[in-house]
Design a protein. Structure first.
Lengths: 123, 309
């Protein structure tokens, strides 16, 4: 079953090195839609990534640094990236060898479309 | 004098980021308004944590308030920022003399004299210390100075005092003085990362596992230290990052970087599930951010190790 986000998420997972792309609620980390190339639970990935993104956003707010545009967690075997879009957060899991610059650009572009795709229901 | 304070206050109000806090704080100190001078100095240093003259001002205010150890620590910071700073050397000599540490007082004043041979005040202070040492010999260290009034604390009223604010080359430090060689030896934890950070628009913070501040500071664009607030919001980041990377089999996380409208914030794990947070301007290249983060992390580990020892 496809959602308004399916095409966007499929486009992201076609990027080289991207293992998963998800849209989740920032507040509770509940998955809205996902495109997974891994056999793991998207729910847990979304919950943890949304939690990290929320902490980043709140700390930025506390420091008067403005809105958070892009966040990435780096580890030896890969990266977890997140971009906020209203009350939703776009999440990508990528291999360490992936072109993070390109993924970042694609995520920011995709996140800009999320409010329209969500039809005002989330953003 | 009152006009000076009024004019400088207006100037600082017009441009809170200016260096006017230094002459304003000094003017207040000379008027004896030490609490107000202290507030001006601390607020100014929040915006300009690497300004040697700012720390020098704070040291003189502390000396006037009788807070000798704090004064010594601030002059110690001045020497880190401006090696061979004669005013700081003289100030530290003053504190040592007040505390009866005559050998150290002589070394600091020797070094100050080498930096500024024309300063008669320093020369006279050195004579006084040597005379005191002679009287004390062969005693090891007197508990208190024999005549604490013999050496006055540095003041801008002294001839040549402003000259001592000039920066001099590190290799010009006189042989008698050995500034602390270990940069991890920091007295005020707020300035933990001063020796590592390169620009005034960079700030760093070390948090424990609960998000409580261990060291460093986190200044917002208005110059306020919001370290506690940022720490509270970032509480639990280390645990969440660990669980995420474990779940995804990515290995131990090494950094989290997020971009905001005005800054790049980078975080790295620290000792005992602590968290290191570095904020720089958006103009800072990401490669430099990572390098700074690495340097801050290494510095934090050394500092924590020293405190544990």
């Amino acid at each position: 079953m496809s959602s308004a986000f399916t095409a966007m998420l499929d486009g992201l997972t076609r990027q080289r090195g991207v293992r998963a792309a998800l849209v989740a609620s920032e507040q509770d980390g509940i998955v809205v839609d996902s495109s997974l190339q891994i056999g793991q639970s998207g729910d847990r990935v979304a919950a943890l990534a949304a939690s990290l993104y929320r902490k980043a956003r709140l700390s930025s707010q506390a420091a008067h640094l403005g809105a958070v545009s892009f966040m990435q967690l780096e580890a030896p075997q890969g990266r977890l990236c997140a971009v906020g879009a209203g009350s939703l957060v776009l999440i990508v899991v990528a291999q360490s060898a992936a072109n993070i610059g390109l993924i970042r650009v694609e995520m920011l572009r995709a996140a800009a479309d999320i409010p329209a795709l969500a039809g005002g229901g989330f953003a | 004098m009152a006009d000076d304070v009024s004019r400088l206050s207006d100037e600082l109000a017009r441009d809170p980021a200016s260096l006017t806090f230094v002459p304003l704080g000094e003017a207040l100190r000379r008027r004896g308004q030490l609490d107000l001078a202290l507030r001006v100095a601390v607020r100014g240093l929040e915006r300009h944590p690497h300004l040697a003259d700012g720390h020098d001002l704070l040291a003189r205010i502390a000396a006037d308030r009788g807070e000798l150890q704090r004064a010594f620590d601030e002059w110690d910071m001045v020497l880190r920022l401006s090696a061979g700073h004669a005013g700081a050397l003289r100030g530290m000599g003053f504190v040592c003399f007040q505390q009866g540490r005559l050998d150290e007082a002589e070394r600091y004043l020797d070094a100050a004299t080498a930096e500024n041979p024309a300063d008669e005040g320093i020369a006279q202070a050195l004579v006084t210390v040597r005379a005191a040492r002679h009287r004390e010999a062969p005693a090891v260290q007197p508990p208190v100075a024999p005549d604490v009034r013999a050496i006055e604390p540095p003041t801008t009223d002294d001839a040549g005092w402003q000259d001592t604010l000039e920066r001099v080359a590190p290799d010009e430090v006189a042989s008698g003085h050995e500034p602390p060689s270990d940069p991890t030896h920091v007295h005020d934890a707020r300035y933990l990362f001063t020796v590592v950070l390169e620009d005034g628009d960079q700030t760093a913070l070390l948090l424990d596992r609960d998000g409580l501040v261990l060291g460093g500071a986190y200044f917002d664009h208005d110059g306020f230290d919001v370290a506690q607030e940022v720490g509270a919001e970032l509480s639990g980041v280390t645990d969440a990052a660990r669980r995420a990377t474990r779940h995804l089999a990515l290995g131990d996380w090494t950094s989290i970087v997020f971009e905001t409208e005005v800054a790049v914030v980078a975080m790295a794990p620290s000792v005992d599930d602590g968290l290191l947070v570095l904020a720089t301007s958006r103009a800072t290249p990401l490669g430099l951010v990572r390098r700074l983060l690495d340097r801050c992390a290494q510095h934090a580990v050394r500092w924590l190790g020293e405190r544990a020892a």
